[in-house]
Write a protein that binds this ligand. Structure first.
Ligand code: HMG
Length: 413
């Protein structure tokens, strides 16, 4: 019998403060329509020094474990996907392992390839379970990042921060993956990068959008070929329409719309139909509204969280529609600048709605504080090691509190 592998539980951690995008646009002398409609952003999470990549990862991981009902003793692997780690040698995963008091007999490491790092971790966890090496144990995959381009840059409205943790098991109570069915696409491009020593990403913005679109075309076609061969999708018409929803990597929400129109274009052109841009203004946009927009709720209010952005989209989608989507197939597209990418898929589990509701994403958002642009700029100017007294009201709070003798220190409640 086919082994079932997928997401059993999800945990989310976000900074406690955010800026409103309309206010940010006005402060920059830009028409708010550009940020709100042009990019699709509403709010942007602002991480303080205490909310570093480790603290966010540990908090999300702790929440996923608590929601899962799986004891820590049943874990055999912890992978953190991140491109904003805190040390050149010691992985974020190692800090998380210690902060959560996880078992010694585990594989613990980070994976990095820009925003694809989390998917690299997820695929490693799936392979580890499928190979039999897991021996009945579960894997914890955490995606944690702080997206930072700098004040006043074109990338500024596409910043954000947060972590998504996924417990991967053979009892996928939330989302079962179509194991082995994916399409990949990679090329050596300088669309986005961050040289060692720099806190701010360097980006060739418009080129990065084109690199993403080239990647989604190739990866989607790879997935489609395998999905048809293995009869994961059946029926006539556009293959992308056989997917109930598609979650894309979301550097900003408008990117998901561009990606979706590109995927439809692949389907239409490969079927020999001419690309009719004006017809797609109606049909494609209607398809975007139904198949993609429901996944953008959390992304629009948090921003780009790099490795976690795709999974933030999935979490937001399931938070909004899990019960209605039970048994339905969802497509997922992961993109990491540089670049590598993967299109894959899975099926929403029955009962996922109940599990997602328990993760209380709405409460996490509601507990946040809106800050002024001046306060956001003050935070951006702080050195990364500025000490911060833990102040969050969350009972499960974890904070970075400073460096002693070159060792990072954390306070955990
Ligand atoms: P920009 O040049 O400032 O913006 O940078 P624009 O002029 O292209 O305008 C953006 C959109 O707003 C356009 O819509 C305008 O028409 C519209 P589009 O033509 O694209 O559909 N617009 C308006 N709409 C309504 N009312 C108005 C108005 N004015 C303009 N008044 C850019 C935009 C995304 C390039 C910039 O923000 C940037 O560089 N962002 C960072 C890079 C990025 O996010 N790239 C995405 C692909 S790469 C990726 O996803 C990987 C990544 O996550 C990193 C990783 O892998 O680790 C980034």
């Amino acid at each position: 019998m086919k082994q079932r592998i997928g997401i059993h539980a999800l945990g989310l951690a976000i900074p406690r403060r955010y800026v409103d995008m309309e206010e940010l646009a006005r402060a920059r002398g830009i028409d708010p329509g550009k940020y709100i409609q042009g990019l699709g952003a509403r709010e942007m999470a602002v991480a303080e020094p205490g909310e570093d990549t480790v603290a966010l990862a540990a908090q999300a991981a702790r929440r996923a474990l608590a929601a899962s009902g799986v004891p820590a003793s049943k874990l055999g692997m912890l992978v953190v996907g991140t491109e904003t780690g805190v040390d050149h040698s010691k992985p974020v995963a190692s800090f998380v392992h210690g902060l959560l008091g996880l078992p010694q007999a585990m594989r613990v490491y980070d994976t990095q390839h820009a925003c694809y790092g989390g998917t690299a971790g997820l695929m490693a966890a799936v392979d580890w379970i499928a190979s039999g090496a897991a021996d009945g144990r579960a894997a914890l995959v955490v995606c944690s990042d702080i997206a930072r381009y700098g004040v006043g840059t074109a990338g500024e409205p596409t910043q954000g921060a947060g972590a998504v943790a996924m417990l991967v098991t053979t009892d996928p109570a939330i989302f079962e993956l179509d194991v082995g069915i994916s399409g990949t696409a990679s090329s050596h491009v300088h669309d986005f990068w961050r040289p060692l020593g720099l806190r701010e990403a360097q980006v060739d913005g418009h080129y990065s959008v084109q690199c993403y679109l080239d990647a989604v075309s190739a990866a989607y076609r790879g997935w489609r070929t395998r999905a048809i061969q293995r009869e994961v999708i059946r029926g006539v018409g556009m293959a992308s329409e056989r997917l109930a929803r598609i979650c894309y990597h979301v550097p900003f929400c408008k990117m998901a719309r561009k990606a979706h129109l590109q995927v439809r274009r692949c389907d239409l052109e490969d079927a020999g139909a001419p690309w009719d841009a004006s017809a797609e203004e109606t049909r494609g946009v209607a398809s975007f509204r139904e198949q993609v927009e429901p996944s953008l709720g959390l992304c629009a209010r948090i921003g780009n969280i790099y490795t976690g952005s795709l999974y933030l989209g999935l979490a937001g989608l399931l938070d909004a529609q899990a019960s209605a989507l039970a048994g339905e197939r969802i497509g997922l597209f992961s993109y990491g600048s540089g670049c590598t990418s993967e299109f894959f898929s899975g099926v929403v589990a029955r009962g996922a709605g109940y599990r997602i509701a328990a993760a209380r994403f709405g409460e996490l958002l509601a507990a946040r504080e809106r800050i002024s642009v001046a306060e956001y700029e003050r935070i951006m100017a702080l050195p990364p090691t500025a000490p911060l007294v833990p102040r969050s009201a969350n009972a499960d709070d974890i904070r970075f509190v400073g460096v002693t003798d070159h060792r990072r220190q954390y306070a955990s409640r």
